[in-house]
Ligand binder design. Structure first.
Ligand SMILES: [Cu+2]
Length: 134
């Protein structure tokens, strides 16, 4: 009985490690404040993505792709004055952001290596590929 319990706990732990984690609202804003100097930030502005790389203040307009590590959190911010965005993952239907109003933030990390193609449901020309490495 003790052994079975141990196996069950291991199974639950390894599952949670492989998860995609998504935070929105105040929790996401707090996390961005703490981590913005060391994280990738995808800013949505004028209906395109702009990428800020860790430790680099310049922004890349319409990036094709970028690479993060498993469990490395990155952020998607809405920098518009009025435009709403709604990002989803073409290659992984298990998660989708709620509609992002101006000023909103989302914090995302992937628990497994892979390729994720993100698009905006409202502006289909907005897309970027994220490569997740071990
Ligand atoms: Cu959009």
């Amino acid at each position: 009985m003790k052994n079975m319990l141990a196996i069950l706990i291991v199974a639950i732990n390894s599952h949670s490690l492989a998860e995609t984690r998504v935070y929105e609202g105040d929790e996401a804003k707090d996390r961005l404040l703490k981590n913005k100097e060391t994280s990738f930030i995808l800013e949505q502005n004028k209906k395109v993505f702009h990428l800020k790389q860790p430790g680099n203040n310049s922004k890349e307009r319409k990036p094709d792709q970028f690479t993060i590590k498993v469990d490395e959190e990155f952020y998607i911010t809405n920098e518009e004055n009025r435009v709403i965005h709604n990002v989803y993952d073409v290659s992984d239907e298990t998660w989708v952001l709620t509609k992002q109003l101006p000023g909103e933030v989302a914090a995302i990390s992937f628990g497994k290596p892979g390729i994720h193609e993100l698009k905006c449901a409202i502006h289909p020309k907005m897309n970027v590929k994220i490569i997740v490495e071990k």
